[in-house]
Design a protein around this ligand. Structure first.
Ligand code: SF4
Length: 438
């Protein structure tokens, strides 16, 4: 196992496999527990540090954690880095030194050298969790010293029983308690929740402004110290399907979720925008005039790709938690045939509308047991399998076409203007396969 890539050795329980079909749920879901092959939550730092321009992420971890970050994010040569790993040595792990004192020393030195840091995240890892290093206590203690210049928060990016997008969820949930309060009598405000590339976020903000919804905040904000307010008059739209903990924290502060499809493809984006438009009383004619051109562009662009994807069979192995909304997009807007949709965690409330779209023939699975899932892929032989990096090469060797799930997280795929790019991510490997077969 390459430590920085495959985490089955350092993050997943190697317990005996068990799979069962739950009778409690409305539709059967195959539940699996066992060996997993996913990145850990530290991966989120790669996109979060680009999004929050004044934040610094200090991982309290091991050399493995440092390798993961460096190999996944690359080394910044021309800019001051905005993430680093405080490496726990053997004497920390053996309890021979006080890890809290060591951490104070590292943080104080970092903040002295880097006056540009306004928010510091102490990010927990498997090693810091194993020795039960209390990073919440550390954040509180160090915050008392460095506030107001620097706000210090903590969250866990550990790979123990988690998947990589949960790092963003944990980070955003850590921001919720420090969001300013929106007074009870204040007019309703909209909050977009989930990290989006700036270009996509700007497109959405423009559409909302054209509809007359101009009080729109984003979590995370581009400047982590410039957080939007939250309160009972906040209505929030989830831009990502993996933010269960953040949603719960927002609801704890009175915010209400607007139920919609996730904004992938022409239909998903329309549903997502419509949920806000209805809540904020936007007139139907105005809504149509604002979104009509973008939706039409997306439909036309997708029609060209539909010829390449229609009827193709696809399986998703559990990885990013984007699987269900992406599957709905590929099925409904491109005519692809779902064989299996595997997801690490299934948030039934947030995904209820998405789940309604699948017929009983579509196999849904939750959790991970990599061996069994691979066996099913070998038996099903779909045209394309969406999976983690570590599984793609072995499957390709067996003549199966794959798509790296992590690429979907790093690419701008939300909204009307990106709908065709999203479809293209699935069409390209199939074209390559066809060319190789000729
Ligand atoms: S946090 Fe855990 S799973 Fe992630 S790189 Fe560090 S040791 Fe491995």
């Amino acid at each position: 196992m390459s430590e920085a890539i495959l985490l089955d050795g350092c993050s997943a329980p190697a317990s005996a496999a068990s799979a069962e079909v739950s009778a409690r749920d409305a539709r059967p879901v195959l539940r699996e527990r066992g060996q997993r092959e996913v990145f850990c939550g530290l991966t989120g730092i790669i996109w979060l540090h680009r999004k929050m321009q004044d934040a610094f992420f200090l991982v309290v971890g091991s050399r493995t954690c440092a390798h993961l970050l460096q190999s996944a994010a690359g080394v910044m040569i021309f800019a001051e880095p905005r993430f680093a790993t405080a490496i726990m040595e053997e004497r920390d792990l053996a309890g021979m030194v006080d890890a809290q004192d060591e951490l104070d020393r590292v943080v104080n030195r970092l903040l002295e050298r880097r006056p540009d840091i306004k928010t510091l995240f102490l990010v927990g890892s498997c090693p810091s969790e194993v020795i039960k290093l209390d990073l919440a206590k550390a954040a509180q203690r160090l915050g008392a010293v460095h506030m107001p210049r620097v706000r210090i928060l903590n969250y866990s990016g550990s790979g123990i029983e988690t998947t990589f997008t949960q790092g963003e969820d944990a980070c955003l949930a850590a921001l919720v308690p420090v969001m300013p309060a929106l007074p009870a009598g204040a007019p309703k405000e909209l909050l977009i929740v989930g990290s989006l590339p700036d270009i996509v976020e700007d497109q959405f903000l423009r559409l909302f402004a054209q509809m007359g919804i101009d009080k729109v905040g984003c979590l995370p904000a581009r400047n982590a110290r410039d957080l939007p307010a939250v309160g009972p008059n906040t209505r929030y739209l989830l831009a990502q399907p993996f933010l269960g903990e953040t949603a719960m924290a927002l609801e704890g502060r009175g915010a209400q979720r607007l139920d919609a499809l996730f904004p992938f493809g022409a239909e998903g984006t329309t549903s997502w925008l419509r949920a806000a438009a209805s809540e904020f009383g936007v007139d139907d004619a105005l809504f149509e005039s604002v979104i009509g051109p973008g939706r039409e562009r997306a439909r036309l662009a997708l029609a060209k790709l539909r010829t390449q994807l229609e009827g193709k069979r696809i399986s998703f192995l559990p990885d990013s938690q984007l699987e269900i909304p992406l599957a709905r997009f590929l099925q409904d807007e491109l005519g692809m045939e779902m064989v299996e949709i595997g997801t690490p965690y299934l948030h039934r409330a947030h995904l209820a509308r998405e789940l309604e779209r699948f017929g009983p023939q579509v196999r849904l699975s939750e959790g991970q047991h990599v061996e069994r899932q691979l066996d099913r892929v070998r038996e099903d032989r779909p045209d394309i399998t969406v999976c983690g990096l570590g599984l793609a090469n072995p499957l390709e060797m067996e003549g199966l076409t794959t798509k790296w799930a992590i690429e979907l997280v790093f690419s701008p795929i939300h909204g009307f203007e990106q709908a065709a790019d999203l479809a293209e991510l699935f069409a390209r490997p199939l074209r390559r396969r066809d060319m190789l077969e000729v």
